[in-house]
Write a protein of this length. Structure first.
Length: 568
């Protein structure tokens, strides 16, 4: 039907007014924002930040048509002070969970994101002076019902390069995400920012040091690795056992939303290991001995030839847990590397070191002597950059903790007076009594571990009366059960000597006797044993020389060793 100009104009006006009325009935899209405040490691280079959930507000269900309508543009998420370490191709997902149009859950992810109902497929990750900026595009004129959601997951932050790794902040700082619509008219957020993480120190170690005498060779150090917050250590299914734990961190669209390539690792470094000493690290730590007792362990990935470095990887049977079972994320865990049992009870020699110990092998030469410290750090390191997670963790603590010391087996004897002057001579006897009733062919004492037989030379220093220059002589080897004897007149450089003598023998259980003989008479005395600071704190298993009992030496000193005064 044709119309006059006046009538057509009137109809057009009605259509315009109807359109305006429809538009006015639709409310600006309002999102209720929830951010997850997760714990992060201060030195992490690729830590998973908390998820962000945008939920259409209830006003979208009270509109005249029961929904809000979107406007095209971009939504920006600024991670304040923290740069983003990954992309859609390496773990970031932006999902929509919309009841409308059958798009129950659809995510943009992977190298080629596709457009969905609300998301237009455009996603960029950039670095700014204010932090990492994640920007995603949204479509125009899309319906949102109350409760429909947009989810942002899997963003990884470079915490180690941020303010949250400030040394004087014991536990770092809070990290916030700020949401901004562009243009400002396309959506509003309540609130427009929220915390997505708080940084903590991730790990510490403590040590039970081993102080070993070379001739005994027993004693193994022990390293205790401890989380400093729950969920610091994560199993992403990449350990030696090669299986995902129960209730792993599963997400959509990929089996691992966080796009991990590694599990958390611990790298252990021993500094100052004597050149004659070799360490063999156990294949696995003890099972978690923390509060949760989840059953997690550290497994040996590699060690150096000498054992001065060793790297372990974390694995757990249950990462997250649920209301019925405890998961690793719910508790602070700790793991003993080394048996944690006093190895002195295992007897002398590396052959007595079992698979749970940090085994110490000695060369039996002076190259064994010295002290070493230990430090640890979270691994994998920052390179290669494809690793997730990875850490820029320094070796700590600093300085390192005492870990191992190896000292010689010695006895130092003092003969306060000896003389070879006209009419006088002095005879000296030094007995190596490390051969006794416990290690004889038919042992007499009921002991579990026999006295270890030892042998070595004695170096004898003479200190002349009147502060003259000291004299020195080294004896032949003195075997276990043998006695060294000499007289001053027949032993260069002692003819004509008068003064005191100190003899240092390279074996334990040396005892000495001096005998004066002259024209006017003879006399003798027992040498004094000088406490040797080298052996103070040594670790070993030495049976006492008292019938009916074994007395084992602790890490304190040798003062419990009845009949042998080797330390005070």
């Amino acid at each position: 039907m044709m119309c006059t100009m006046k009538r057509c104009v009137a109809l057009l006006g009605l259509f315009v007014l109807a359109g305006v009325a429809t538009a006015s009935a639709q409310t600006l899209l309002l999102f209720d924002v929830r951010t997850d405040r997760v714990s992060l490691t201060k030195t992490g280079r690729s830590e998973v930040l908390g998820n962000i959930t945008l939920t259409a507000d209830a006003v979208c269900g009270t509109d005249s048509d029961g929904k809000c309508v979107s406007q095209g543009g971009n939504i920006e998420v600024l991670y304040q002070g923290v740069q983003i370490d990954n992309s859609l191709a390496t773990g970031i997902t932006i999902c929509e969970n919309l009841a409308l149009g059958g798009s129950v859950l659809h995510c943009e992810g992977g190298p080629a994101p596709s457009a969905t109902t609300y998301l237009n497929g455009s996603v960029t990750v950039t670095s700014t002076t204010s932090g990492g900026l994640l920007t995603f595009g949204v479509n125009n004129a899309k319906d949102f019902a109350a409760g429909d959601q947009i989810l942002i997951e899997g963003v990884r932050g470079q915490i180690d390069l941020s303010f949250a790794n400030t040394p004087f902040l014991t536990n770092g700082a809070e990290i916030d995400a700020v949401l901004t619509p562009s243009p400002s008219t396309i959506a509003s957020f309540g609130p427009s920012s929220g915390p997505v993480g708080f940084s903590f120190d991730g790990m510490t170690i403590s040590v039970a040091a081993a102080n070993i005498l070379e001739c005994i060779g027993t004693g193994q150090p022990n390293v205790l690795v401890q989380e400093l917050y729950p969920s610091s250590f994560v199993d992403n299914g990449f350990g030696p056992r090669g299986t995902l734990p129960d209730d792993p961190r599963i997400g959509i669209p990929s089996p691992n939303t966080f796009a991990a390539t590694d599990n958390t690792e611990v790298n252990i470094v021993v500094t100052g290991l004597p050149s004659g000493v070799t360490l063999t690290w156990p294949a696995a730590s003890a099972v978690d001995s923390g509060v949760g007792l989840v059953g997690s362990q550290l497994f040996l990935l590699s060690q150096s030839a000498t054992g001065n470095t060793a790297t372990y990887v974390f694995q757990t049977p249950d990462q997250i847990g649920n209301v019925e079972t405890a998961g690793s994320d719910q508790f602070i865990e700790q793991w003993n590397i080394g048996s944690g049992v006093d190895a002195a009870f295992e007897g002398p020699g590396a052959a007595n070191c079992d698979e749970d110990d940090i085994c110490v092998t000695l060369s039996g030469t002076p190259a064994d002597f010295g002290a070493a410290t230990v430090q640890a750090q979270l691994y994998p390191p920052v390179s290669p950059t494809t690793g997730r997670p990875r850490y820029n963790d320094p070796l700590h603590p600093s300085p390192g903790l005492p870990f191992l010391s190896v000292g010689p087996c010695t006895t130092t004897l003092l003969f306060p007076w000896a003389s070879n002057q006209p009419g006088f001579d002095t005879g000296i006897a030094i007995a190596n009594t490390s051969w006794d009733m416990t290690n004889d062919v038919t042992p007499v004492l009921p002991v579990t571990i026999a006295t270890p037989p030892e042998n070595g030379t004695c170096t004898v220093w003479g200190f002349p009366k009147g502060e003259g220059k000291s004299l020195a002589w080294t004896s032949p080897n003195v075997s276990a059960g043998d006695t060294l004897t000499f007289v001053l007149s027949g032993t260069p450089p002692f003819p004509g000597f008068t003064g005191y003598i100190i003899a240092r023998c390279n074996f334990q259980y040396a005892h000495g006797f001096a005998y004066f003989n002259g024209a006017t008479g003879a006399a003798g005395y027992v040498a004094l044993i000088i406490p040797d600071p080298v052996v103070t704190g040594a670790d070993g298993a030495i049976p006492a020389r008292s019938a009916g009992a074994d007395i084992f030496i602790t890490n304190d000193n040798f003062s419990n060793n009845e009949g042998e005064i080797l330390a005070q």
